[in-house]
Design a protein around this ligand. Structure first.
Ligand SMILES: Nc1nc2c(c(=O)[nH]1)N[C@H]1C(S)=C(S)[C@@H](COP(=O)(O)OP(=O)(O)OC[C@H]3O[C@@H](n4cnc5c(=O)[nH]c(N)nc54)[C@H](O)[C@@H]3O)O[C@H]1N2
Ligand SMILES: Nc1nc2c(c(=O)[nH]1)N[C@H]1C(S)=C(S)[C@@H](COP(=O)(O)OP(=O)(O)OC[C@H]3O[C@@H](n4cnc5c(=O)[nH]c(N)nc54)[C@H](O)[C@@H]3O)O[C@H]1N2
Ligand code: SF4
Ligand SMILES: [Mo]
Length: 850
């Protein structure tokens, strides 16, 4: 079917709004899009080109409709089993991102040597050649002085190719410092399933067969890690089962759920242990998974210690220990007081959840709180207690997708590089008071937000050359003023981004990045709906500006320059080890390198010689893979872990975590201190054996600000329209803001319960000053019953002063539009994982009308 361009523009303009809100592309006026898939394709008729969206961590396979060289529409990849061919509302913002007039169009260099939030960098355009030459000079200087470890590479979002740029390049130069944003993202969350079942990652859910879903500190139909799938399937659980949402704020899921429990921030652990108590006392635990009393009589009675020898455990470890150490006294009445919720509701949800088992799941969020690790452990333990983990209709670890290994860089790493890559990392991970245990392994978790402190303190050393890409830590890190100071101190900083941003303000060189979803070559893997996938990123439009792919093209250009200056190892590595799997040809320029790397990495997925035994999709060659854009894995097979054991120390689901204990003991031994001393220094309350079981720790001791002076708990959330921190310069972001419950269009508002507002004499729309222990921000008040009294909430992502003309109030004068609460959230951590605190109301604030 053909459609005249003028007519098409007319319908698409009208339909875009409606479509964006429904997350659905099946509007009849848009059938041109559907029909071109099978029909003949021409430039004017347009065609769908597969790609991958990384607007959030769902990493959706998508397709972009391109007509006369212009990207005009976005939808989910029709072949995707993770999203059934739908994208979420934010997918549509891709179009505005591509055609954003404020994009950086050429490399630039700073001409104002002074750096600061209010210092205009006075950027001037330069060529790629000059930019790369300057960067190579700085790196050669480090090599000459044998201080290559003073090179720092910081990463936000990334594709598989981050292995080349972020993983290998620093180690080729000779630096241990590749710092990802993971610990300002969601690392705490991973500890919930790691400490219990040895899985460090995000879970997947079998919504089709689920009878009871608890969403806990997250909002799956709006954010978290699979909105298109949740939007498509939540109704099944709503119709055929029960949905309960636990969140101080009536989020999107809560607005549709059967139950909303507006818990007091930071007290979720109390509710979780009380639910466990209820389940045990009422004999509702899963006997097939956890086992039973030898004589079949339930001895779990409130207050009564149980003899471990009386219970036969099956796939779990330490259920009775957990009961004795933590659960026996903690009933729903206690938790109701602690969490400020209804006792009957705690019991009702615990009962409904356990009775639906194992067709049930708790879907929980990052819980980035100074005591978050134990809260998520307590929450995730419930998934084990009822046998929902690894069960049909429950939650699963999820499927991977085929991938071919990258060539090793080791043979090309010289002695300087080897020696200096082994130096202590800049983020202070593994220091006594910062165990940063990724996978319960001390000193292996990144402590992203602490890099600012480390740079300022020059501890363990100073940083001389830094590169950042796809990140904006001055905006996204809490207590961002630290990042402003730190980045002002770094003598040479390169920022690789498509948009000007708060962090770019401190750059000496700006490299305009190709957009991941439409201009670059890469691969991404993700999962949802019990399927995994490998999905392609490929150019769908001709680049309008002088942009390049950062992870591949920039690596190549840098390697070339370093070779010219006498350090050829990187160039040799890239040019000799990478070759086209079909033609055997080695790349000879940066773009060829990007394509070659993409073909190599995905070879197992598309090469008929390599994929013949794969049980998932098997494209017939590279061109076929490009055309389809995706390889779906087979569906997840349940109960394999029940049968074969969990990857924990005991091979069981650990209510008593030998896995976490080993981590703590290793760390304590390194410093020759007791585990209790580590707990004290990391701001945890547990001592002794309690530290190894999921338990509740009060948020009060780690709250910043006294209740008297700062009576409100501050929380924030992601807007439905947030492409992480990256969509605030799109006008649609502001036009449709109202799609977040309690929010309004065109504004940035702090949500406040009307009862609280009345006491403070605040009316809807008043400007209010929000003050924490570290600063104040002024923002508009929005009165809303959907927020628990005593709590104030605001969506993250607004308050940019340097992101473009829509995101800022005055871009030229660097005046923010709205407020970025990271400026008033104190720098603090869940030190077990090294994660930045932002949830759980750890920031106390006071509110005053201005
Ligand atoms: N208060 C508060 N703080 C938070 C959060 C919160 O909810 N509340 N969320 C946290 C979370 S979960 C995360 S993950 C972090 C995210 O924070 P960061 O990792 O810092 O990333 P973003 O701010 O999302 O985006 C950073 C930059 O990416 C650039 N960019 C956009 N598209 C592309 C592209 O295709 N290629 C390249 N190279 N660059 C691109 C943009 O110009 C932008 O400046 O923020 C965290 N900070
Ligand atoms: N729309 C959208 N979706 C996204 C992203 C995005 O930018 N926009 N980013 C992606 C990324 S990078 C990440 S890491 C994930 C994370 O996204 P989510 O898993 O959704 O988590 P956050 O938005 O960080 O967590 C905030 C939620 O926790 C609630 N909350 C805060 N404190 C407490 C508390 O003490 N108790 C309880 N029960 N609830 C609390 C807030 O009200 C809010 O609903 O989302 C991904 N999905
Ligand atoms: S923003 Fe997230 S959920 Fe939405 S289309 Fe992109 S990756 Fe998928
Ligand atoms: Mo994140």
């Amino acid at each position: 079917m053909r459609i005249k361009r003028r007519e098409f523009l007319k319908v698409s303009a009208a339909a875009a709004g409606a479509v964006a809100l429904q997350g659905c592309t099946k509007s009849p006026t848009l059938n041109a899009f559907a029909e071109t898939r099978t029909g003949a394709e021409s430039e004017a008729a347009g065609k769908w080109i597969p790609n991958t969206c990384q607007g959030c961590t769902t990493w959706c396979p998508i397709e972009i409709f391109v007509q006369n060289g212009r990207a005009v529409k976005v939808r989910g990849n029709q072949l995707s089993k993770a999203n059934d061919g739908y994208c979420c509302v934010r997918g549509h913002l891709i179009l505005q991102q591509i055609y954003d007039p404020d994009r950086i169009k050429t490399p630039m260099k700073r001409t104002n040597p002074k750096k600061g939030r209010k210092e205009d960098p006075k950027f001037v355009p330069i060529s790629w050649d000059e930019a790369m030459d300057t960067i190579a000079d700085k790196i050669m200087e480090l090599r000459k002085n044998n201080e290559t470890h003073k090179f720092l590479l910081m990463r936000g979002r990334y594709s598989h190719h981050n292995t080349i740029f972020y993983g290998h390049l620093p180690r080729m130069i000779g630096s241990p410092n590749n710092i990802s944003h993971s610990s300002i993202c969601a690392e705490v969350e991973k500890m919930g399933s790691y400490a219990t079942e040895g899985f460090w990652g995000y879970r997947d859910y079998d919504l089709d067969n689920m009878k009871y879903l608890i969403t806990w500190a997250c909002d799956p139909i709006s954010s978290n890690r699979q909105p298109p799938n949740s939007i498509r399937r939540l109704h099944k659980v709503l119709d055929g089962g029960t949905v309960a949402a636990i969140d101080p704020r009536m989020n999107n899921t809560a607005a549709k759920a059967h139950e909303w429990m507006p818990v007091k921030p930071g007290t979720d652990g109390a509710v979780a242990v009380a639910m466990a108590h209820y389940i045990l006392v009422n004999g509702l635990w899963n006997k097939d998974f956890c086992g039973d009393f030898k004589d079949g009589r339930n001895q779990f009675r409130k207050g009564a210690t149980v003899n471990e020898g009386d219970f036969d455990e099956k796939h779990t470890n330490g259920l009775v220990k957990w009961w004795n150490l933590e659960l026996k006294d903690k009933d729903a009445a206690w938790a109701a007081r602690e969490a400020g919720v209804d006792r009957a509701q705690i019991e009702r949800i615990a009962k409904g959840f356990a009775e639906a088992a194992p067709n049930c799941a708790i879907w929980y969020g990052p819980y980035m709180h100074p005591r978050g690790s134990y809260a998520v452990m307590a929450i995730h333990s419930l998934n084990g207690l009822v046998g929902a983990t690894d069960s049909e209709g429950g939650l699963v670890t999820g499927m991977g997708a085929p991938s071919t290994a990258y060539p090793s860089f080791a043979p090309y790493q010289d002695d300087i590089a080897k020696a200096n890559a082994g130096q202590t990392k800049i983020d202070q991970r593994g220091y006594l008071e910062m165990p940063a245990m990724a996978r319960a392994n001390p000193g292996t978790g990144v402590v992203c937000n602490n890099v600012a402190n480390a740079i300022l303190d020059e501890d363990p050393y100073d940083i001389k050359v830094a590169i950042g890409y796809f990140n904006n830590f001055n905006f996204s890190g809490t207590e961002g003023a630290r990042w402003d100071k730190a980045m002002a101190k770094v003598p040479f900083f390169v920022h690789c981004v498509p948009m000007f941003s708060e962090m770019t303000y401190f750059a000496d060189i700006v490299l305009p990045s190709a957009l991941h979803h439409s201009e670059d070559w890469a691969l991404v893997s993700s999962k949802a709906n019990c399927y995994g996938h490998l999905s392609i990123q490929q150019p769908v439009i001709e680049r309008m500006f002088d942009v390049k792919g950062i992870e591949t093209e920039v690596t190549w250009l840098l390697a070339e320059k370093l070779k010219d200056k006498g350090f050829s190892n990187m160039y040799d590595w890239l040019s000799k080890e990478y070759k086209d799997p079909e033609t055997g040809k080695h790349p000879s320029n940066s773009l060829e390198f990007a394509i070659t790397a993409t073909k190599m990495r995905s070879q197992k997925a598309w090469d008929p010689a390599e994929n013949k035994d794969y049980k998932g999709d098997r494209p017939n060659g590279w061109e076929d893979f490009r055309k389809k854009g995706i390889v779906n894995s087979p569906r997840f097979t349940f109960r394999q872990k029940w049968a074969n054991g969990f990857p924990t120390e005991t091979k069981k689901f650990e209510f008593y975590s030998e896995t976490l204990k080993k981590g703590f003991e290793t760390h304590a031994a390194k410093y020759n201190v007791s585990v209790d001393r580590v707990l004290e220094l990391t701001n945890y309350a547990a001592r002794g054996e309690l530290a190894f079981v999921p338990h509740y720790e009060s948020p009060e001791d780690v709250r910043h600000g006294s209740r008297r002076e700062y009576p409100f708990d501050l929380i924030d959330m992601k807007s439905r329209l947030n492409r992480e921190g990256r969509s605030a310069n799109n006008s649609w972001y502001y036009s449709f803001k109202k799609c977040d419950p309690g929010d309004v269009n065109q504004e940035d508002v702090v949500q406040l319960n009307p009862d609280d507002a009345r006491k403070l004499g605040i009316s809807d729309g008043d400007m209010v000053r929000v003050t924490s222990t570290i600063g104040s921000l002024t923002v508009k008040a929005r009165l809303w019953e959907g927020i628990r009294p005593g709590v104030v909430a605001k969506c993250f992502g607004q308050g940019h002063h340097a992101f473009g003309r829509i995101a800022s109030k005055d871009f030229v004068k660097a005046e923010p539009r709205g407020a970025n609460f990271n400026e008033i959230m104190p720098d603090d951590y869940d030190r077990i994982t090294g994660s930045t605190a932002r949830n759980g109301g750890f920031t106390g604030v006071k509110i005053e009308k201005v």
